[in-house]
Write a protein that binds this ligand. Structure first.
Ligand SMILES: [Fe+2]
Length: 340
């Protein structure tokens, strides 16, 4: 936000919590827009200069429409479930069809976004992001469309049970007491019980909510299942959940991992905690250096990532205005680190 000035154009639509558009992609930023965006808790924005960046439109893993619809449906479902332990499954089904279609039909889909905002109420965006990452991993592991759909629904609702846990305990900035941690752990059971009681809800998707905190070596919760007892979909969501939580910009958090750091950390923790095949697939499913990230190249030059595919990155070398140029690099070999 510090580097953004009036007159720059917004590169990615900003949505409110209810999924409504607050500022559309392409909007020219004014002083009052920038002030409001800052007040909303944004630490980063995607911007572009129309003359320089015309060929580089930011393509996320989902269209803006589907992302905002999914966000609003998950919010509605969780709010309804908190009141009545039921919610409208038809809406969830419809929106997940769009998510799965967009991910299955896109030949080079990649999770390539930087979290832009510090939030207190982050469960909705977390749910949508975990759903997207899990679906991309599922697709890249070769699952058929109907399986990816079961996975996506379970991933979207994996933390549903959190609406029955005391929010003061959930959002506590300091570490939890034993009693409080016990309460937090219960969210897996609560979620499972609500989901399995719904008509037409896949029991497999419900087990994702139940098992997403289980770990390969039996150190997870609520049941301490061992690797062979954990369903493969829950193993995928466990990785997507941890990755999203590590890289997201939350209000009560000291350290935020960059994508490459998070992947390194998760790789280190596997095979004790995570399934190694899922971790390998995560590496092909998320951008090591997401779009918008400022990087140091091994050549010593600084650059900004303008496009990312599973094995390539396109970066704009930062130099004197006239010498700025875009080059294609191998992110693993030619980028040394992320600078932001
Ligand atoms: Fe959870």
């Amino acid at each position: 936000m510090q580097d953004i000035t009036e007159g720059m154009h917004l590169g990615k639509t900003i949505f409110g919590d209810n999924g409504r558009v607050l500022l559309a992609k392409g909007t020219k930023l004014t002083k009052s827009y920038l002030q409001k965006i800052g007040e909303l808790g944004y630490t980063h924005l995607y911007v572009f200069q129309p003359d320089v960046d015309k060929d580089w439109l930011l393509e996320g893993p989902l269209s803006d429409y589907t992302y905002s619809e999914t966000l609003s449906v998950v919010k509605k479902s969780l709010v309804q479930a908190a009141k009545s332990r039921r919610f409208n499954l038809k809406e969830v089904n419809n929106v997940i069809d769009y998510v799965v279609d967009e991910i299955m039909d896109n030949p080079i889909v990649l999770y390539n976004l930087i979290d832009m905002k510090k939030q207190d109420e982050f469960i909705y965006e977390h749910s949508v992001n975990v759903c997207i990452i899990s679906s991309i991993i599922g697709k890249n592991m070769g699952l058929a469309r109907d399986k990816v759909k079961q996975l996506a629904i379970g991933a979207l609702l994996h933390d549903l049970g959190k609406v029955y846990v005391d929010p003061e305990v959930l959002n506590k900035p300091s570490s939890l007491t034993e009693e409080e941690f016990k309460q937090v752990k219960e969210h897996t059971k609560y979620g499972f019980e609500v989901l399995r009681s719904l008509d037409d809800f896949s029991i497999l998707s419900a087990h994702i909510a139940y098992q997403h905190h289980e770990r390969e070596d039996g150190s997870g919760y609520p049941r301490g299942l061992l690797s062979e007892e954990i369903h493969s979909f829950a193993k995928i969501v466990a990785v997507a959940d941890s990755f999203e939580a590590m890289t997201a910009n939350r209000k009560y958090r000291k350290k935020v991992f960059k994508n490459d750091e998070a992947i390194r950390q998760l790789t280190q923790e596997a095979p004790k905690r995570y399934d190694t095949t899922v971790i390998e697939t995560l590496k092909r499913s998320v951008a090591l250096y997401p779009v918008g990230c400022r990087v140091l190249l091994r050549s010593g030059e600084q650059a900004v990532v303008v496009k990312a595919t599973p094995d390539r990155a396109f970066v704009r070398i930062l130099a004197e205005e006239k010498q700025e140029r875009i080059i294609e690099v191998d992110p693993e070999l030619q980028i040394s680190k992320c600078l932001d």
